[in-house]
Design a protein around this ligand. Sequence first.
Ligand code: AN7
Length: 360
Amino acid sequence: MPFRTRYTGLINKYRDRLPVHDDTRLISLGEGNTPLIRLNNIPGLIGKDVDIYVKYEGLNPTGSFKDRGMTLAVTKAVEEGSRAIICASTGNTSASAAAYAARAGITAFVLIPDGKIALGKLAQAMMHGAVVIQIKGNFDAGMQLVKEVAEHAPVTIVNSINPFRLQGQKTAAFEIMDELESAPDYHCLPVGNAGNITAHWMGYCEYREHGIVNNAPVMVGYQANGSAPFLRGKMVDNPETVATAIRIGHPQSWEKAWKVKDESGGWFDECSDDEILAAQKMLAQNEGVFCEPASATSLAGALRDIKSGKIPQGSKIVCTLTGHGLKDPDTAIKQCSGSMITVDAELEAVKHAILDNMSE
Ligand code: AN7
């Protein structure tokens, strides 16, 4: 056999663990199978002996982990005869819904908070032909409206309250265990609606129950401190953070995520916007991995807990990087202002620019 079998997406790969039939028409863009990258430089920079891996979900077809759930949610919607899907979104769900609806030949309606979604995500939703409805309100208001309108219109909700979303997303945990041949000691994620942390825990428990692995990680969820209902212990009405993807005050998987914390022996913590952006830049500049701000929350929190010893030396840690850095070019460029050099188009000037900036 000279050639490897072609990868055709996560439903095909894990079909025996997902609710599909042999004749189900799969709506897929080849999602999943994302790299698990071991950090080579950052552990040394913080002076700790830990094994940190990042699961780079930004390399999914639309640039975020949402594609894992969307492939299954749209596959099932089509199977059930639905002609339209709808979601509220801080950006990535709308980009993913728009792409998979285009693939399926159905309509996507997406409700987004006016002016508060990153540029790349807006471009995706528009380019894939979704009906983009900006609301003068935040994600939580949009989510409430979606639930209400779905009772009056023939549309399938593809937010993570759709149970097929979490079923699809649990495959990220399968991939990690397939690769590491066990579960890690800690799994750190950014938390917004808390669907993804719930889905990962489902995946870890499923492999353990079936005896494929005999351990499970401690699950750790990090929020932005201006949008941290799990830290406040109650819903937050006016969430704010630079990490617009997780600007969510009323998480839809509230009860489920508290269960994940208790069952796994984990915890929630919060990071400031400055910590989030510092971690994003640290990862980009020391490992060559560019994630969006919300994604860096997992690394920001993990690094703090590793430094303090709460996550002990010798641990194997996976941080999920939920979305690609190119989703939010504005925030990236703003952070790096001053790092561009403008010179005359002339040899001496360019030579000086190089010699003055050689690292030791
Ligand atoms: C990059 O797109 O909720 O805790 O509407 O885009 O499962 O909600 C996005 C969420 C983390 C949080 N990182 O995941 C949406 C949306 C990124 C995200 C989260 C989101 P959950």
